[in-house]
Write a protein that binds this ligand. Structure first.
Ligand code: IMP
Ligand code: MG
Length: 333
């Protein structure tokens, strides 16, 4: 288990935050490190009566023994980051790579109008324009910002030396496979490569140092913003099924379709996934709400899981049965 990478298998919002917080609490990794694009990501974590909405920090922060790191591939909004450091009580165990790019007001302005906003349906967070500037080699980096100086570190060295000491590390992806700049539904994608290889590059983890790749699929498919969604349901059908959701960052309603096996197969291939985490089983099968063992699931739900395993040929090892971090079935060995 020493290194586990968690990625989204569809269009983001698969419920990675919940899976990662469970893994962080259960496996006690010495480090949880975030790759992915930037504050366009939004994870929701519910633990007991507390709900956290996270955009910059890794969602594995709940375990107080775990260092929380952000890799150099991620662009940072300093204001959002500093607020999260304060609100989530991670001071003293948070390290931002000195080469993280910085989002400034101009990037947010460019992202909130024109084609990026209207055609692509961007989150308006400035992530895309900042990454474009990074490619132009003009973006400012974290090491140039005094406000961040207390939190700077060398993230690739930290994670690789933890692995040398045989410690567990958890690598947290954001967005989802089909929002990848290379493998997604271009141009309706995010500004980064977000499959497992891209996430590992973001944090400085070489391909031979990855032990497990957990791909997260929701029990149905959702997409926020524009771009193709095969067999998209009408808003009425979505609401009738009880699948209505709203984006964590933008509050926009999410579009939805049935679980798409062809997309899932391709996502397994692109990420070399070794395990599947299936979330929101309770939304499809209400009788499964809050269950923590596989045996307690209904026959119908078990059949759905078996179909996924048979078609995708990868075991479903984690099953989400409710929003709380404790509402999960963990079948890992
Ligand atoms: P951008 O990443 O803000 O440029 O947005 C580009 C597209 O990716 C839009 O359709 C967004 O809704 C989508 N997107 C970006 N990040 C996320 C995410 O974390 N979850 C879901 N959709 C996202
Ligand atoms: Mg999200």
């Amino acid at each position: 288990m020493p290194s586990t990478v968690v990625v989204g298998g569809f269009f983001g919002d698969e419920g990675k935050g919940k899976i990662i917080s469970h893994l962080a609490l259960k496996d006690n990794p010495s480090i949880v490190v975030r790759g992915g694009a930037g504050p366009n990501a939004g994870h929701t974590v519910r633990n007991g009566n507390k709900i956290y909405k996270i955009r910059m920090l890794p969602s594995g922060f709940l375990n107080k023994n775990t260092k929380v790191l952000i890799g150099p591939g991620v662009v940072i909004n300093p204001e959002i980051l500093l607020k999260e450091i304060k609100d989530f009580e991670v001071s003293g165990r948070v390290f931002i790579d000195m080469n993280c790019g910085i989002i400034e007001e101009t990037h947010i302005r460019q992202d909130s109008k024109g084609d990026l906003k209207e055609k692509i349906g961007s989150t308006g967070s400035g992530t895309g324009p900042a990454n474009a500037e990074r490619a132009m080699r003009t973006l400012k980096l974290a090491k140039d910002f005094t406000l961040l100086s207390d939190y700077l570190g060398d993230v690739p060295s930290l994670i690789n030396s933890a692995l040398n000491d045989n410690e567990n590390i958890l690598v947290e992806g954001t967005q989802g496979t089909f929002l990848s700049l290379w493998h997604g539904t271009y141009p309706y994608v995010t500004s980064k490569e977000v499959t497992a290889s891209g996430i590992c590059a973001d944090v400085g983890l070489g391909p031979k140092n990855v032990d497990e790749v957990i791909i997260v699929f929701k029990s149905y498919v959702t997409r926020v913003g524009t771009g193709p969604l095969e067999n998209e349901l009408t808003p009425e059908d979505v609401s009738e099924k009880g699948w209505s959701e709203f984006g964590t960052v933008t509050g926009r309603p999410r579009r939805a379709s049935e679980f798409n096996f062809e997309l899932a197969k391709r996502a397994i291939m692109l990420n070399s996934a070794t395990q599947i985490a299936l979330t929101k089983l309770d939304v499809r099968f209400a009788e499964c709400t809050g269950k923590t063992s596989y045996e307690e699931l209904s026959d119908e739900a078990k059949l759905f899981i078996k179909k996924i395993e048979d078609e995708l040929r990868v075991p479903v090892t984690l099953i989400g049965t409710g929003p709380d971090t404790s509402e999960i079935i963990d079948r890992r060995k």
